[in-house]
Write a protein that binds this ligand. Sequence first.
Ligand code: NAI
Length: 218
Amino acid sequence: MAEERKISMAVVRRLPRYYRYLGELLQKGVNKISSRELSEKMNVTASQIRQDLNNFGGFGQQGYGYNVEYLYEEIGKILGLHQNYKMIIVGVGNLGQAIANSNSFSRRGFKLVGLFDVNPKLIGMSIHGVEVMDVDRMEQFVKENGVEIAILTMPKTRVKETAEKLAQWGIKGLWNFSPVDLFLPENVQVENVHLSHSLMTLAYMISEAKIEEEKERH
Ligand code: NAI
């Protein structure tokens, strides 16, 4: 376990993609795969794959390749997917509802147990059997239910104070969608998701490609 902790975040950020590919291979009944085959499928160099996967103890065997199921299980363990997480959503507007309506997280052990908002029109409503509650009830709910993850999809003006309270109440991780950087005690992990950053990266790639096309034309 101590060794696993040293995996660089750059590698960790690539693991979910390996996990997805390996899961798909397993579903197709593929039991072993070489780094070359995996590299062709994933469009990553074979040496990158070997380097990444060797990080947590050479699962590959020379001349045999990787045992897909073993690798899938091990990556799942490293990612912490062998346990279940109770989650709540704070802010049940457009984005919060879209996340609540998606059932893809629960398959991986992320269980949505509560929804919280300040809007009386939303309170009492339920999405896939999960009730929208008043934020006044959040502290008790988090503590009584051992909620570990809070998804922050509320207006940015209120995020900092909410995040700080959640940290005091024992939340382990915040999935932060609001465009605010959160600085919290070390025992609370924060993962930011910014679709607009991804879109800006796409804009950059398009402008670069246009510049290249222009150069080729002249
Ligand atoms: P929205 O206005 O539809 O929903 C916000 C909800 O938060 C409302 O239901 C409102 O009643 C509730 N709310 C207000 N104060 C609250 C409080 N103190 N506690 C709990 N709930 C509270 O807004 P939308 O479009 O769903 O966006 C929500 C947040 O997500 C915004 O901060 C927005 O900037 C961000 N966002 C982030 C994206 C990303 O890619 N990271 C993409 C889209 C939005």
